[in-house]
Design a binder for this molecule. Structure first.
Ligand code: NAD
Ligand code: UDP
Length: 339
């Protein structure tokens, strides 16, 4: 055992970038994914970037017998659980689908960890747990707000499930990473985000507009109480985010965690407005984007960004990539996908 990590959802956007950083840091990676929102191209991309082919098992994390075989047949003592559905709007329309997949997959993994004596688990949580926070930037101690979507609720519930499982089992240690807004792609343009249908998120919408797939970007609201009237977010480069997973797994593997359940914000600590992001994309890529101001989008919070002191001090991690490099990588990836 030792340096092997099971990565569920490892064919997806954040999982594939994390697999690359894990392999580059000397970990052996075993990926489980049911390809419900990804394809094998990302596994090829990981292999091309690292020169190492990760073991790939096509399986559903909710299928306990299939997952039992994964635990029986593979040695690892850490699990990173990315596998989940993530479309907020769809979760409102089909809540049972989200509660089933996002919670059952995690419970299945946690039960098998207890049964097979596997110790460390990282969970993909989200800044969505803070909702419309009263204090900014948010720290890990900022109270969570009641979730405004079933998706957000699955993140809060899964955090609680992890906390309770750790409390009940001396041999389990867990970290929940609360991601802010992950954007960008690997600088090689061999892996990146693959949204299906019309993108909900800002950066994929921007890159698809630049590529001519969407006619015009709608900026949802310019009348917020912010410096330029558009919303503020904390956009974190996906490679920086991936590195946070490596240091968090290192921490658990080396037993350096202070509590057996810990939570860390993973962001840059810098608020960026929608207008700034659009301008940044135009400048980084020397192009003009077709956009217009549209009404506010239901459910959007005015502003949220991270206080990253805890991750800086405890994980020794900080975001390093420059926003314009990130926006260049996002555009390179979009062009690669369209080739
Ligand atoms: P993604 O859809 O690209 O990756 C998720 C992967 O999990 C996909 O490859 C999908 O096929 C797989 N999957 C889903 N259900 C599965 C199941 N039952 N069994 C096996 N595989 C399954 O999404 P992502 O952006 O990489 O997100 C990864 C995690 O991070 C998710 O938990 C997501 O909720 C969380 N997160 C994402 C963001 C974001 O903006 N991208 C922000 C905060 C948190
Ligand atoms: N946004 C926008 N137009 C779009 C998509 C998003 O103006 O087509 C804005 C949205 O209102 C929010 C920010 O971009 O202020 C980030 O939205 P995203 O959906 O990417 O992430 P969220 O923070 O909502 O999870």
């Amino acid at each position: 055992m030792g340096k092997s990590v099971l990565v569920t959802g490892g064919a997806g956007y954040i999982g594939s970038h994390t697999a690359v950083e894990l392999i580059n840091s000397g970990y052996e990676v075993i990926i489980v994914d049911n390809l419900s929102n990804s394809d094998r191209g990302s596994i090829e991309g990981i292999s091309k970037i690292t020169g190492v082919e990760p073991k790939f098992i096509e399986a559903d994390c909710c299928d306990k017998e299939a997952m039992r075989r994964v635990f029986e047949e593979n040695e690892f003592d850490s699990v990173i659980h990315f596998a989940a559905y993530k479309a907020v709007g769809e979760s409102v329309a089909e809540p049972a689908k989200y509660y089933r997949n996002n919670l059952l997959s995690f419970i299945t993994i946690l039960e098998l960890m207890v049964e097979y004596g596997r110790r460390n688990v990282l969970f993909s949580s989200s800044a969505t747990v803070y909702g419309d926070a009263e204090q900014l930037p948010v720290t890990e101690l900022t109270p969570r707000k009641p979730a405004t979507s079933p998706y957000g609720n699955t993140k809060q519930m899964a955090e609680d499930i992890l906390r309770d499982m750790v409390a009940a089992n001396d041999n389990i240690a867990g970290i929940a990473l609360r991601y802010f807004n992950p954007i960008g792609a690997h600088p090689s343009a061999l892996i990146g985000e693959l949204p299906r249908g019309v993108p909900n998120n800002l950066v994929p919408y921007i890159t698809q507009t630049a590529a001519g797939i969407r006619e015009c970007l709608s900026i949802f609201g310019d009348d917020y109480d912010t410096p330029d009237g558009s919303c503020l977010r904390d956009y974190i480069d996906v490679v920086d985010l991936a590195r946070a997973h490596v240091v968090a797994v290192d921490r658990l593997s080396n037993g350096r965690n202070k509590d057996r359940y810990e939570v860390f914000n993973v962001g840059t600590g810098r608020p960026v407005s929608v207008f700034e992001l659009v301008r940044g994309f135009e400048e980084a890529n020397s192009l003009k984007l077709n956009y217009r101001v549209a009404p506010r989008r239901a459910g959007d919070v005015k502003a949220v960004w991270a206080d990253t002191t805890l991750a800086n001090e405890e994980l020794g991690w900080r975001a390093e990539r420059d926003l314009s490099d990130t926006l260049r990588a996002a555009w390179e990836w979009e062009k690669h996908v369209r080739q």
